[in-house]
Design a protein around this ligand. Sequence first.
Ligand code: FAD
Ligand code: SF4
Length: 472
Amino acid sequence: MEKIPRQKMPVQDAKERIKNFSSVALGYSEEQAVLEARRCIQCKKPACIGGCPVEVDIPGFIKKIAEKNFAEAIKILKNKNNLPAICGRVCPQETQCEIKCVLAKKGEPVAIGRLERFAADWEIEQSSEFRVQSSEKKLRTMNYELRTKIAVAGSGPAGLTCAADLAKIGYDVTIFESLHETGGVLMYGIPEFRLPKKTVKIEIDYIKSLGVNIKTNILVGKTKTVQELFDEGFKAIFVGTGAGLPQFLGIPGENLNRIYSANEFLTRANLMKAYKFPEYDTPIDIGKRVAVIGAGNVAMDAARVSLRLGADEVLIVYRRTEKEMPARLEEIENAKEEGVKLHLLTAPIRFIGDENNNVTGMECLKMELGEPDSSGRRRPVPIKNSEFKFDVDTVVMAIGQSPNPLLPKTIQGLQVGKHGNIITDEKTGATSIAGIFAGGDIATGASTIIEAMGAGKRASRAIDEYIKNLKI
Ligand code: FAD
Ligand code: SF4
């Protein structure tokens, strides 16, 4: 049989795309999708499924694409994944399902994520009636008026998944979100050129079409306490409030002007649309030489947004080597193509400012790699007397985020870990308090979209069990 090569993702040219916020990856054509789907050998024991935290029937949906039955492909996908257009764009498939694909051994796994995106985008192009009809509702035969009420705090991927899966089996679910927009990091963190907000809104509309109510501008713990929610008749609560608390290095000069947390920087750019200034009234004071500290997805996003906002030079400053960079491979490659420079084996030790308190430079130490640490990656070790300085006029700190502390602090008796994360049973999301479940970044610390969705799914099953045991 003729060997079909892995299909390349068409992308916007690097020189052009740094001048706009439109999608970088353009998506497979129908012809490419069918060819790529035909590469799947339909394993009898498909290892790929084991790599998917939401248990998508991967060979099942791929087979339908190969047969050009796209309507059936999206139905199979949505049976397990409520956010396929989002996951198809930003899931780290290379370390999840694709790494487990048998064809990965030869270095060319089936492009599962790109096929997922193709099927989801195909559905989006159909009429909205078609979209609603194709969603699989499994409403139990229960009295609609007497359905059990479940509350969800936070509308990121964990909360959305938990809510959608509970609504599908007949619960009356309300999501309470503190911001004015729904979607969590999908909306305020990940930039438009990787994840268009229109796509996020379409998938959220699908979740609403399942019957999920969404109430924005409600900070659970402040506007409404968890006890008040129970008093209003909610029988269980899922907490999916994420990890939005920025971490800092704790070194001198960190309070200088034009040193941003990535969280603030990206929220201003994405949610408050700073890139459309003055049409939107959100300026970002950005200089010409930007240093982004860190090398995860957040750092890559901050670096690429900086370029698009007009910086001449953007440097990623990271204390390990490129091999250890935690960002998705595709994002690192895209960032390098766009001109982002990597300053590796480098750790800042102080920021330097001028008389107006604006940052003007950084002092750093050179590092080398030592023995592996608890994460399995080789530990960066400072090289003695290797201090050096360089000029920068903007710094973005992207070294990690901690769980949002507000809500856990207001729940008496809730067990919380040393990093402020809610302690849960990994399989069920159960917390130390009966009826309160949690999952996603609030429990694990900053992780990935699909891990948060997996936690939401597991918690939805556990909540269903919990409610059945209450014998309401
Ligand atoms: P979140 O998405 O953080 O959502 C939590 C929601 O809860 C927010 O909307 C917040 O406003 C709300 N909230 C907080 N407190 C309260 C309260 N008290 N009451 C009501 N609502 C509240 N992962 C990937 O897999 N691929 C990527 O490419 C990727 N890129 C990323 C880029 C950036 C810039 C960032 C920041 C993260 C990225 N991640 C990526 C990580 C991923 O987005 C997160 O792991 C995921 O969003 C966690 O989902 P969550 O539902 O737990 O929390
Ligand atoms: Fe197809 Fe790869 Fe999954 Fe096998 S492991 S079924 S080849 S996607």
